[in-house]
Design a protein around this ligand. Structure first.
Ligand code: MN
Length: 202
């Protein structure tokens, strides 16, 4: 008999800009069995006003069952719900370990890539969620055991050294995040990132 075991290893880290107490970058992760949905968002601006909206968006998402929603539908829901706010950029990914696929929708400046055997750099649609955006689309990518999803806000430099990427197979999600923050935080904005990896699909 074969027993299905899904091993997600994930971590999230958000550092407010130096001198600020609260961050306008937030991450939300929900997992249910072999499905995991991860959202990274960056509210326009920084400081307390950005943090208030980021809290509201996070609370709204936590009230949704994100693992059963399509990322595109979640994005359109955020756009409608937070219309007229100061706006945000967001990336939404749902990993389905049974299908070995990742469904993806992103708007605005969040860096997103898959590292591993299915290495890909995602290209987000332009725009501001809650204000004006090019109609977003949902894309799907293969995502199997030992692949790693990395999302980061623009408070982190996007040109990681090859050594960080090379360490991906050996390191935990938390160690990867901490190395990224130690070397690539700009320090002039909030910095947020999350890492999700699947160590076994079946
Ligand atoms: Mn930012």
């Amino acid at each position: 008999m074969q027993v299905a075991v899904t091993m997600f290893d994930y971590a999230m880290r958000i550092d407010a800009m130096p001198g600020e107490q609260h961050s306008g970058d937030h991450g939300v992760i929900q997992q249910r069995e072999g499905m995991l949905t991860a959202v990274l968002l960056d509210v326009l601006g920084h400081g307390d006003k950005a943090a208030v909206l980021a809290d509201a968006v996070e609370n709204h998402l936590q009230g949704c069952d994100m693992t059963t929603a399509e990322p595109l539908d979640l994005m359109m829901n955020l756009h409608d719900t937070f219309r007229g706010s100061r706006g945000l950029v967001a990336s939404i990914a749902r990993i389905d370990t049974d299908a070995e696929m990742l469904e993806y929708c992103g708007v605005g400046n969040i860096g997103v890539r898959i590292l591993g055997s299915h290495a890909t750099i995602m290209v987000n649609r332009d725009g501001v969620v809650g204000y004006r955006m090019v109609p977003p689309r949902q894309q799907h990518f293969p995502f199997t055991a030992h692949d790693t999803l990395l999302m980061h806000s623009d408070g982190i430099k996007s040109h990681f050294d090859a050594d960080i990427v090379a360490q991906v197979p050996q390191r935990s999600a938390q160690v990867l995040l901490d190395r990224l923050f130690a070397r690539y935080v700009k320090g002039i904005d909030d910095a947020g990132a999350l890492v999700v990896r699947v160590s076994a699909c079946k």
